[in-house]
Design a protein around this ligand. Structure first.
Ligand SMILES: [Fe+2]
Length: 268
């Protein structure tokens, strides 16, 4: 590795909650989720060009079908980099892993560009809330124990903190205390990143950036008490990560995407 490589930022694209369906006409509250993902991918390529790594943080399928997972893989073919997919509450985690494995997108621990990426499965079959199985906590702890000097991003689907969107309070990560008890012991963790909440969030906790990202389809209204969607454009998150552990990140949206959101719905 040359000195130049050491200075080069690793470019990471987060795509989250695409909610793809086997039906090509499949819509979520009036939004065709294939079309909105296409718009977000086009926007990311236009804004930034090719990433070095893609993190897909769950709810890849709305209907948990093999077709939806294969479609997601096909959509990612415009990118010339590896991707890593994790399960959300709408996914069938074993099925997702099987299809992801065909595309080497089932890695749970990636070391690239001087950073480590740890992907956790918080999905619980048949439930909307999330929970980390003991095996996930052990995986997290062992990986962090082995890499005290490697800046690390931990990604999961469910929110591991209380957010100000009240109706989502019961559907976050249930055993978040156990999660933070591990994270708090390892200062190399720089970022905790999630999906699920379909809105942008950027906070800091004990020096760790806590980040969430708009869905590539519909957006939940930040600060709402009851279920509510708002007509903000679908989006993605971009990271530039330096081996020193320093990084920048931003959310961008596909503002040209035209859609007719059914904002009267009481659920999704
Ligand atoms: Fe979702």
């Amino acid at each position: 590795m040359t000195e130049n490589d050491n200075q080069r930022a690793l470019r990471v694209l987060q795509l989250t909650d695409p909610h793809l369906m086997a039906d090509p006409g499949g819509e979520l509250l009036g939004v065709n989720t294939r079309d909105s993902l296409d718009a977000v991918i086009a926007q990311a390529l236009h804004d930034h060009g090719q990433p070095d790594l893609i993190l897909a943080t769950g709810d890849i399928a709305q209907d948990a079908t093999e077709e939806a997972y294969r479609l997601f893989g096909d959509k990612l073919k415009v990118f010339r980099c590896p991707s890593a997919w994790m399960a959300g509450n709408h996914d069938d985690s074993p099925l997702l892993s099987r299809i992801a494995a065909e595309r080497q997108a089932n890695q749970r621990r990636i070391v690239q560009g001087g950073w480590q990426f740890l992907l956790l499965d918080t999905s619980v079959p048949g439930k909307v809330f999330g929970e980390l199985a003991e095996s996930e906590l052990v995986f997290l702890e062992e990986a962090l124990s082995q890499t005290p000097d490697t800046p690390t991003l931990v990604a999961l689907h469910h929110h591991p903190i209380e957010i100000d969107t009240e109706w989502m309070s019961p559907i976050g990560l249930r055993n978040r205390d156990a999660f933070w008890q591990v994270i708090d012991r390892f200062p190399q963790v720089r970022i905790v990143l999630w999906g699920h909440i379909h809105q942008e969030l950027d906070q800091t906790r004990n020096g760790i950036r806590l980040l969430a990202t708009p869905s590539t389809c519909i957006q939940f209204t930040a600060g709402s008490v009851e279920f509510s969607v708002e007509d903000k454009a679908p989006g993605y998150r971009w990271f530039e990560l330096l081996p020193s552990g320093d990084f920048t990140t931003e959310v961008s949206r596909a503002t040209d995407f035209v859609f007719d959101l059914d904002s009267t719905s009481s659920g999704y």
